[in-house]
Write a new protein. Structure first.
Length: 122
């Protein structure tokens, strides 16, 4: 879920040994700037009584019938949480709220550093 960002557990600085430190979106200042998106999505998720990760997966599933998200995890409870997202029903109003939150925020920091970005879409 956004390299762990949408869980809401990353709201300040990453530990020095965290490999996400090379990603521009995970600098301390960009985490703080982008956390407003997590807060907005977390509020919608609370209203639906689901996790923010489940909301994100349900939103993806609601986009097109052929979209098949492939979230990665190493924990059984996260796998179960991800599977449960298929039972989340998003109304038109929910989708509008989510889209408004997403489109109302410009994320700070590039997704990848330049040397990795050059390796994408070759």
């Amino acid at each position: 879920m956004g390299k762990g960002f949408l869980t809401g557990n990353i709201n300040t600085k990453l530990e020095d040994v965290d490999r996400r430190n090379i990603l521009p979106r995970f600098t301390e200042e960009n985490i703080k700037a982008n956390f407003v998106l997590v807060e907005a999505l977390s509020e919608i998720a609370r209203q639906k009584n689901v996790t923010t990760g489940q909301l994100a997966l349900a939103w993806l599933l609601a986009q097109k019938p052929w979209i098949a998200p492939i979230p990665g995890t190493t924990k059984l409870h996260r796998l179960e949480e991800n599977i449960a997202s298929t039972n989340v029903v998003l109304t038109t109003d929910d989708l509008v709220k989510i889209d408004t939150a997403i489109n109302g925020i410009t994320l700070a920091g590039d997704r990848y550093p330049e040397f990795l970005a050059k390796q994408i879409d070759k």
